[in-house]
Design a protein around this ligand. Structure first.
Ligand code: ATP
Ligand code: MG
Length: 140
């Protein structure tokens, strides 16, 4: 088991619905170390870069419009197997398939407003952390 860092984000729906405390509570209770955290409004160009893998898909425009529609909470989480652990905590992409006890299972109901984001692999985590944070914004 390795200590990893992952990029986690509370999406605009989560912030708008006052779920920041609930989600951060779960992150802390699980034992992740929060090494970076900020409330921010994502610029369109940054959103397009972040979701680059989805360019050309039918939901791309809606996805970029949604993620830039209001502030998000951007975080870097550190822990054993943090990348997979955080995705497990979030649950399936489509809240209709997400198990009870997961963030999406408990707090979301539609795929386009699914409350949270998590990097899907080591290379993605490194890329996404770099998109949203300067090294100086992260604690050692
Ligand atoms: P995220 O990247 O947000 O953590 P994910 O890795 O589980 O979610 P991706 O396949 O990367 O899922 O899709 C990114 C986001 O795009 C999803 O969280 C969802 O909001 C949206 N999305 C994915 N597939 C669809 C779809 N078929 N229709 C509408 N939105 C979708
Ligand atoms: Mg993804």
């Amino acid at each position: 088991m390795a200590t990893e860092r992952t990029y986690a984000m509370i999406k605009p729906d989560g912030v708008q619905r006052n779920l920041v405390g609930e989600i951060v509570s779960r992150i802390e209770a699980k034992g992740f170390r929060i090494v970076g955290m900020k409330l921010m409004h994502i610029p369109r160009a940054t959103a397009e870069r972040h979701y680059g893998e989805h360019v050309g898909k039918p939901f791309f425009e809606g996805l970029v419009a949604f993620i830039t529609s209001g502030p998000v909470v951007a975080m870097v989480l550190e822990g054993e197997n943090a990348i997979a652990e955080w995705r497990k905590m979030m649950g399936a992409t489509n809240p209709k398939d997400a198990a009870p006890g997961t963030i999406r299972g408990d707090l979301a109901s539609t795929i386009d407003h699914n409350v949270a984001h998590g990097s899907d692999g080591a290379a993605t985590a490194e890329r996404e952390i770099g998109i949203f944070f300067e090294a100086s914004e992260l604690i050692d």
